[in-house]
Ligand binder design. Structure first.
Ligand SMILES: O=C(O)CCC(=O)C(=O)O
Length: 294
């Protein structure tokens, strides 16, 4: 196996996205619940995407915008968050939403349980200096009965580093192996937690079953630019209302796969004895909305 390990203990394995076979990534994910993949995005792609998102990044306030106590606790008082990335960035739509490694992992782990999967959220998570580490959580707790020690993986996530992630600037904290714990109420001790320190362009791919959180940014003036990308079964309700965040006109310029991931296609589970969901006038969305697709 061509893996090296990060310097912090307990380690997350590191592979090179340019050369690592999917089977190796899946093997590590199964063992640890998370894996760092270097070279997922080139510096040029990262720079282009940050430029496309610059106006929103600048205008987004630091800290929560809601009046919901739990959401605010989760958000991070020094974190900027925003979504609608496919509306705001062509580079996101072409290079992140349909990233071949992420789709490869999602095909392998989600497709056995659904006819198709879709985007859960594509979310900028910019951790600014100051503040505390976020509390440790499992992303799939969004769907509580779907996230127990014995349920199948319903979510694949990736935290992409759009700037270098360091222990100082708030690299994601992860408890490797916590996806396999038999008690999901147990909290991770500090010595079970590592940080996903990784260079710009890398991604920490993880399942919704592993405990993790944003780290605290202890630098004086260095923002940590993270992009969270996640996928769930096509029959689960996503966190982000993908198709409401992307206008119909914009959606028409995207490929059928991008449209599906964003919720601009219906879910047809009939081959799996499931239902046909998310329809318009009982049609697939393009037809239901009267789009000319050709
Ligand atoms: O920003 C990070 O590193 C992780 C944040 C996170 O896990 C979340 O908000 O769900």
């Amino acid at each position: 196996m061509n893996t090296q390990t990060a310097t912090i203990k307990p380690n997350l394995a590191v592979v090179d996205g340019k050369t690592a076979p999917l089977s190796e990534i899946l093997e590590i994910l199964d063992r640890d619940g998370g894996v760092i993949v270097h070279n997922m995005l080139s510096p040029e792609v990262v720079a282009r995407m940050l430029e496309e998102l610059k106006t929103t990044t600048t205008s987004t306030q630091i800290g929560p915008k809601t009046s919901h106590e739990l959401v605010n606790h989760f958000w991070g008082e020094q974190t900027k968050r925003f979504t609608r990335l496919a509306q705001r960035s062509q580079t996101f739509a072409d290079e992140v939403l349909v990233h071949p490694i992420l789709l490869g992992v999602a095909d392998a782990l989600l497709k056995p349980h659904c006819a198709s999967y879709w985007m859960n959220t594509g979310q900028m998570m910019i951790v600014m200096p100051g503040g505390n580490p976020q509390y440790m959580h499992r992303d799939s707790d969004d769907w509580p009965t779907m996230n127990t020690p014995t349920t199948s993986i319903c979510q694949i996530s990736c935290m992409l580093a759009l700037s270098d992630f360091t222990t100082e600037n708030g690299a994601t904290r992860v408890a490797p192996g916590s996806h396999k714990w038999t008690d999901y109420k147990r909290e991770a001790t500090e010595d079970e937690i590592t940080q996903a320190a990784m260079p710009l362009g890398s991604g920490m791919i993880y399942t919704g079953k592993v405990l993790h959180s944003a780290g605290a940014n202890k630098t004086k003036n260095e923002a940590r630019f993270g992009l969270h990308m996640s996928y769930i079964y096509g029959w689960l309700t996503p966190e982000e209302a993908g198709c409401l965040g992307v206008t119909e006109d914009r959606a028409k310029t995207l490929t059928p796969l991008q449209q599906r991931l964003l919720g601009y296609r219906c879910y047809d589970g009939s081959d799996l004895n499931g239902g046909r969901l998310w329809t318009v006038d009982y049609e697939d969305i393009p037809t239901g909305l009267g789009w000319k697709t050709k």
